[in-house]
Design a protein around this ligand. Structure first.
Ligand code: SAM
Length: 324
């Protein structure tokens, strides 16, 4: 069985990128009157404690969400310049306010953490929403959410967390392989769907499975919005994945968007005792097929702020590309 548990990583910089993007997507896609089917192929536990053993042991949230909320208001660090890795130029990170997409992300966190909302004190930020809870927050009566999670413990937590919402059959949870299960839901009944594919990439074959799964999904339902999160690490499969997704979108004649956030160098370092240290996850990306036309501008405003606040060294930066 897999050893990956998202609880160790909840609220890290990769979650900040993924969940800010997810909120912007859900907000846009649930504006229409037609029913939306949301499919989360790798759901995780749904809800995490930021003061729990897992999160505190890893300290990843300290380099992610806690850095974002540290100052409790629009942080002065936003006046710093953020580097755009695409153009290699410095661009202003702020106009003096949170980018709307980050504002929505922080509002969602405030909704789940009333004492944090009241005081603005990061010590009261204790509950962190995973993708299922973010998706569920935006649904209206006609929409459906399908969640897949294979890990027995996380599946149990997810089922319990969803049950306490009391939303009945609107949200379905299954302990199934999300790559395989997706096939049975496309095309969706009202022909509107968003799919989040967010594996742990614990096994190397996940990279290839994502590409095959997305190619199959686009073939079954060309107009769905497909969202893939991926780590940017020194591994050929990780670099190939966004390239493969781009080729797939271009060949299918679909629009696409690829955003990346780098917070630090990926180089190994040596500490004072001569021990070689791995940097942890230095960067991640999110690739979207059929993105809403509003998403690029939203990320264009949010990414420099993420870089300014989460960047750890001079390698910090973002890229934002789109096509189609
Ligand atoms: N999407 C979640 C979020 O943003 O809150 C995080 C998901 S985590 C990165 C990946 C999850 O996928 C893990 O909980 C893991 O147990 C689960 N998993 C791994 N392989 C799977 C598969 N083939 N089908 C469904 N779930 C799987």
């Amino acid at each position: 069985m897999f050893s990956y548990r998202h609880a160790f990583h909840a609220g890290n910089h990769a979650d900040v990128l993924k969940h800010t993007t997810l909120i912007a997507l859900m907000k846009y896609l649930t504006q229409k009157d037609t029913a939306l089917t949301v499919i989360d192929t790798h759901a995780g536990a749904g809800l995490y404690r930021l003061d729990g053993d897992y999160t505190e042991t890893s300290g990843e949230a300290q380099e992610g969400i806690f850095k974002l909320v540290a100052e409790g208001k629009v942080p002065s660090a936003l006046v710093k310049q953020a580097r755009s890795a695409t153009k290699g130029i410095a661009i202003p990170a702020s106009t003096g306010a949170w980018a709307p997409a980050l504002q929505d992300y922080l509002d969602l966190l405030r909704g789940l953490n009333p004492k944090f909302a009241e005081t603005g004190d990061a010590a009261h930020l204790k509950i962190y929403p995973g993708s299922p809870f973010i998706e569920q927050q935006f649904l209206s009566g006609r929409d459906k959410l399908k969640l897949f999670e294979l890990h027995p413990t996380d599946f149990k937590s997810l089922s319990g967390n969803i049950e306490q919402l009391g939303v009945g059959r609107q949200v379905a949870v299954a302990r199934e392989d999300g790559f395989e299960a997706l096939k049975t839901f496309l095309p969706p009944p009202a022909r509107r769907a968003m799919v989040l594919c967010d594996p742990s990439y614990e096994i190397k074959s996940d990279y290839a499975r994502v590409a095959v799964c997305m190619a199959d999904a686009v073939k079954r339902f060309a107009t769905g919005t497909y969202v893939v999160w991926y780590p940017i690490i020194p591994r050929p499969e990780a670099h190939d994945l966004p390239r493969k997704l781009k080729t797939l979108a271009v060949k299918a004649g679909r629009s696409w968007l690829n955003a990346t956030l780098t917070v630090k160098s990926s180089k190994l370092t040596t500490d004072a005792d001569g021990e070689v240290k791995r940097p942890g996850l230095p960067a991640s990306g999110i690739f979207i097929i059929n993105p809403p036309h509003t998403l690029k501008a939203e990320l264009q405003a949010a990414l420099p702020q993420m870089v300014a606040l989460l960047g750890q060294d001079r390698n910090a930066g973002f890229t934002l590309e789109h096509g189609g």
